[in-house]
Design a protein around this ligand. Sequence first.
Ligand code: CA
Length: 228
Amino acid sequence: MKKVLVLEDESSIRSFIVINLRRAGYEVVEAESGEEALEKLQQHSDVRVALLDIMLPGIDGFEVCRRIRATNSRIGIIMLTARSQEMDKVTGLMTGADDYVTKPFSLAELTARVDALMRRSGGGEEESNGEIRQDPFLLNTRNRTLEKNGQRIKLTQVEYSIMRMFMENPGKALQREEILDLVWGRDYFGELKIVDVNIRRLRLKVEDDPTNPTYITTVWGYGYKWGF
Ligand code: CA
């Protein structure tokens, strides 16, 4: 899951960033203070990239960065700096940030930076070896193919996307709304039923006994889970 934290106290800027990152396919966690950001990061340990504004009421973005880095070296951190804060860039990088973006920034620029960092932190589209192996399954993310016990299973693009989402989140209960957003995109205004239909079809292909699924299990009243 590609999850980003956005810390920005100005709500208009924050929602502008949040809306557009969601449009670009990210799951976004918002915070309006440094304290809230640290709290949210504890709740969402799977956040891969954090965007930190510097000027904040309470503890500032540098302090947030410092505290994150004290326990987490893996997360990507981008500081949001104002043009007048040239020095901040240096300070930010010294406190452990990976990158900075100067306000006002273009969306293309911001998204490109987040994408780049996401790839580096291992949460991006390109896995290092292009394979996710969970016996008896092998998903090849370069060829977009799936094998079970060495036998190729033919999948549609949507089925492939669902499988990839599952195999990237083993054992995690995924909400139907979440699946719809992840696979069909946030702009898709379809019905949740399309998720169920595709899951049913996918089960016919991947399960040993589709009437008694053991790989794709139903989480009643919620969604589905990939896990054995
Ligand atoms: Ca601010």
